[in-house]
Design a protein around this ligand. Structure first.
Ligand SMILES: [Fe+2]
Length: 369
């Protein structure tokens, strides 16, 4: 067995972990920039908890709550201007993937001198970043433990990642209670995103025995929440399991990055504004079916961890979860297939699909149920 693994983020996974670990907020700077969306960090108590712990440690803070869904470079630049105005010297992301990725991009790009055209070109990065802390409040992205910040990329007609080890947060505080009141659609789509990170990790070129162990445990945790995801009835235990599945998905994603499923999903988000996790869900079953033809063993291990008798049962479960599909034309499918096929995560797939196979996966995803 040959493999390596690196993840420097200090994890705290427990109820009230922000208040329980004030020491983890010390030593990063005098003034924090808190990056959130407009409402949820206030509503779920995470913002209050962070403000209280900072005050208890004599650390001042400024709030940037202008994060937008599917953040753009312009929204990040706005955050950087505010950070400089407020003279903040570390950054705390509080929220789902969009606030966390915005926080990461602000902390990194504030220290770089990069024109917009070079933001996604890692060869031009300098080894500088402001310290980053993360408080996730949805269970899906895993961004609290990854070295990526995903932004809309107008030039590529897609989403692209800033990818550098400097983006690993210093610490992440995972408190399941912040996810208790997340709405049903967001809960479903973010859960599919978490599942997709683990499945794609196993079905990537970079999978290894340790990654497979992490991913399968994440998939098992998701599998235990299948009924809750369908019925919309969540207990604190299912919420905790989904957050755990998201964390493991993030640890996997940090190591393997993504495959054709995310490559295809990004076009659906860019062109049709389909939420990220749902977009992945529309492509995930088709990719698993393609892999199964030549590599049945890993697909079988995933199916078993999900607690399902066969892949058809997984497709059926996904169908019920995804419900009615968005209308899509054949011209759109051909355009999305062409764009997805050029993305760098395609060759990272365990079975890299041809453009024709990509189109077939799109058609299949939108045909059902
Ligand atoms: Fe994702």
């Amino acid at each position: 067995m040959n493999f390596s693994y690196f993840n420097p983020t200090h994890l705290y996974f427990e109820q009230n972990c922000v208040a329980a670990h004030p020491e983890a907020f010390r030593g990063w700077g005098r003034r924090a920039l808190l990056v959130t969306g407009r409402h949820s960090a206030r509503a779920n108590g995470s913002l209050d908890a962070v403000c209280q712990v900072l005050e208890s440690q004599g650390i001042s803070w400024s709030l940037f709550d202008q994060t937008i869904p599917n953040p753009t470079l312009a929204s990040v630049r706005q955050g950087i201007a505010f950070l400089k105005e407020e003279q903040a010297n570390f950054v705390i992301g509080i929220g789902g993937g969009s606030p966390m990725d915005t926080a990461k991009a602000i902390a990194f790009l504030a220290c770089q001198d990069l024109p917009d055209a070079a933001v996604f070109d890692s060869r031009q990065y300098q080894d500088k970043v402001l310290p980053l802390l993360m408080v996730p409040t949805t269970a899906g992205t895993g961004s609290e433990v990854t070295p990526y910040a995903v932004l809309m990329n107008e030039a590529a007609h897609s989403k692209s990642s800033i990818s550098t080890p400097w983006l690993y947060p210093r610490a992440a505080f995972l408190d399941p209670q912040y996810t208790w009141n997340v709405g049903l659609a967001t809960t479903r789509w973010t859960a599919i995103d978490a599942l997709s990170h683990s499945v794609e990790g196993i079905l990537s070129q970079k999978g290894d025995p340790m990654i497979t162990a992490l991913a399968l445990d994440g998939i098992r945790a998701f599998g235990q929440c299948r009924e809750a995801l369908l019925s919309g009835k969540f207990t604190p235990e299912t919420r905790e399991r989904l957050l755990y599945a998201s964390l493991l998905g993030g640890l996997v994603l940090a190591h393997t990055s993504t495959t054709v499923v995310h490559a295809m999903g990004y076009s659906l988000t860019y062109y049709k504004e389909i939420p990220h996790g749902r977009a992945n869900g529309l492509c995930l079953g088709g990719y698993m079916e393609l892999v199964q033809k030549t590599h049945p063993q890993p697909v079988d291990a995933i199916r078993e961890a999900l607690g399902l008798p066969d892949l058809a049962a997984f497709r059926e479960f996904l169908d019920r979860l995804l419900g009615e599909r968005e209308p899509v034309t054949e011209e759109e499918i051909l355009l999305f297939s062409q764009e997805a096929s050029g993305r760098r995560n395609i060759p990272n797939s365990l079975v890299p699909p041809t453009p024709e196979q990509v189109a077939a996966i799109y058609r299949e995803g939108f045909r059902r149920p």
